[in-house]
Design a protein around this ligand. Sequence first.
Ligand code: ZN
Length: 268
Amino acid sequence: MHRYFALLAAALFLLAACSPAGERTPTGGQAGPPARQEEAGEEPVYPPGVPVLMYHKIGDEPNNDAVISREKFLEQMAYLYQNRYHPISLEELYAYLTRGEKLPPRPVVITFDDGYRDTYEVALPVLKQYGFKSVLFIPGMQVGKRLSREELLEMKAAGMEIAAHGFYHRSLGVLSPREQEEEIRKSKEILDQTLGQDTRFFCYPNGSYNQETLRILRETGFVMAFTMEPGWAKPGDNLLALKRIWMGNRIDLTRLQQRLAREDYPRT
Ligand SMILES: [Zn+2]
């Protein structure tokens, strides 16, 4: 009997001694945030989905949050590169959302709205340097104006998809169905003809649309469209109302990290 109690006491002692050590392991030692990031890089993103970053103008307007400074933009691209993010194309995003096709670890989409000169002059060189794919949403009326056909073809050849952003950049949600039809049809025609492509991706000017817009987009041959509502693009989402993440002067590296880490990032 004594031996039995001695064994039991020894076992209980071992349990008590092991338990705290076991609890220390995950949080102790050198396992801080950087190590967790490395581990996450090899795992599928959880929750499933892809952050779609939305840039507009790059330039020196510190009080305008629709603009991001050149320094901040370069810093963000360097961050994506150093932390092994993989910017993917809209074709890849579409294949993932509709057919569940596999994406590289840490996928992200980099989009530029409106076709500013700086997308070509500032963004393109650094995107090329890192081998990053990206997307330009350009209003039809800016084709051959802000950016020439040759420049657009050069951007396309460098891995920047050129997609539609209305024709006159009008807010579609307040237009009549006939006006919307014209905006949407013309925005596709000019890109198809100028760039020799079948334009299937759209972005709502000013984020504005209604149920009619969705119907017209489908009938015109668009299969995916982006809003300005915050969040990630996820399987099961309405493909014609995908969310994006606002990028501007206010988004420092901490805020960028939050936005890349999870869909319900702090909206501050
Ligand atoms: Zn726009």
